[in-house]
Design a protein around this ligand. Structure first.
Ligand code: UDP
Ligand code: MG
Length: 330
């Protein structure tokens, strides 16, 4: 196994105020591993602030800093995925651009990789500065996804991890669009280990994960790793039907034996509301999965890169080399 270079991939959406310090901390941490070269790939996810200018300055100062700029905001998961596509290291480390993932831990991750692990997941421990609501929603989310999903997803695992090149190659070969990278990693398998860490508070700026983005991520996670909601809608429909049939039988029995009517509005109104709610739920669940299928069959790329600094997309190189090889073959 070659262990000459590591790529560090950082998605950055409006992180202009953080990248300089991130670069300093990353290079300081990497100086403690002198036998390993590194490249720092900053993926500008369509920022409207000076993020791209900062990336250009850093690249001019140190060519080990490389950059990709998206044509618009494609989202965190797309930015991480682009980083994996563009990376060329023998291992690839993904981390956030706001210094919540401490760069000082890079040498520990690399040490685990050198022990022979293919995946080193960083597991977040509760930090005092974290808002209660955030840690509660995060815990509930992992509980729910693990209840529903077919592959176990470790709570507290965000997109802070090291992957060996062979895992990155497999990850890059997956075509699905609605990506939940932290679910795809356990699905791929290989030798995994984890290191606990305490996240820092965000260095500058505010969170780029709006409630809408978090909800979309949760929906992607559930719908790409579980078909349980589809089964649930079937079971729920069956249950409600059984209850309704029971109620009808009861009403009929009362009518025949005791000539008693159920209060008219109660029976019809409640049945109608209950059935409507179930139908809406089931249609909604089907809609979520249908939207996923629709998204996947369109086969649009996950992101559009408008500019590249010190990088070319790996796949292009492969295509070129295939073309050259076939020409030579002729
Ligand atoms: N991010 C991104 N695109 C987005 C939202 C976030 O590339 O649409 C990046 C962001 O710049 C950061 C990382 O993803 O490097 C995690 O986001 P953030 O720190 O805002 O999330 P939080 O830590 O609050 O969950
Ligand atoms: Mg953050």
């Amino acid at each position: 196994m070659r262990q000459n270079m590591v790529s560090i991939v950082v998605p950055a959406y409006e992180e202009a105020a953080n990248l300089q310090l991130l670069y300093q901390e990353v290079s300081a941490a990497m100086e403690t591993v002198p036998d390993l070269r590194f490249e720092l790939i900053l993926v500008d996810d369509g920022s409207r602030d000076e993020t791209w200018d900062v990336i250009q300055l850093l690249h001019d100062h140190d060519p080990r800093v490389k950059g990709v700029r998206f044509s618009r905001n494609f989202g965190h998961q797309a930015a991480v995925t682009a980083g994996y596509h563009y990376s060329s290291g023998d291992a690839v480390i993904a981390m956030d651009g706001d210094l919540q993932h401490p760069p000082a831990l890079l040498p520990d991750m690399i040490a685990k990789w050198r022990e022979g692990f293919d995946v080193v997941s960083m597991v977040r421990e509760a930090a005092e500065h974290e808002p209660v609501l955030k840690s509660w929603t995060s815990r509930t989310f992992y509980r729910l996804i693990n209840l529903l999903s077919d592959v176990p997803i470790r709570p507290g695992v965000a997109d802070f991890r090291l992957l060996d090149r062979k895992v990155v190659r497999k990850l890059n070969s997956l075509k699905e669009r609605g990506r939940f990278v932290r679910g795809l990693i356990p699905w791929i398998g290989f030798q995994e280990t984890s290191i606990p860490y305490k996240p820092n508070p965000r260095h500058a700026g505010t969170t780029k994960y709006s409630v809408r983005k978090m909800l979309m991520l949760a929906l992607d996670a559930v719908s790409s790793f579980s078909s349980a909601p589809l089964r649930m809608s079937f079971i729920l429909g069956l249950t409600v039907n059984a209850v309704c049939l029971g109620l009808m039988a009861y009403a009929l029995y009362n009518k025949i034996n005791e000539n008693k009517d159920l209060s008219e509005w109660a029976s019809s109104f409640l049945t109608m509301v209950a059935l409507n709610a179930v139908q809406m739920l089931m249609i909604g669940i089907n809609g979520i999965y249908l939207a996923r299928v629709f998204d996947e069959v369109k086969r649009r790329p996950l992101y559009i890169a408008e500019e590249e600094l010190g990088l070319t997309r790996k796949r292009r190189k492969v295509r070129l080399s295939v073309a050259v090889a076939t020409q030579r073959g002729r």
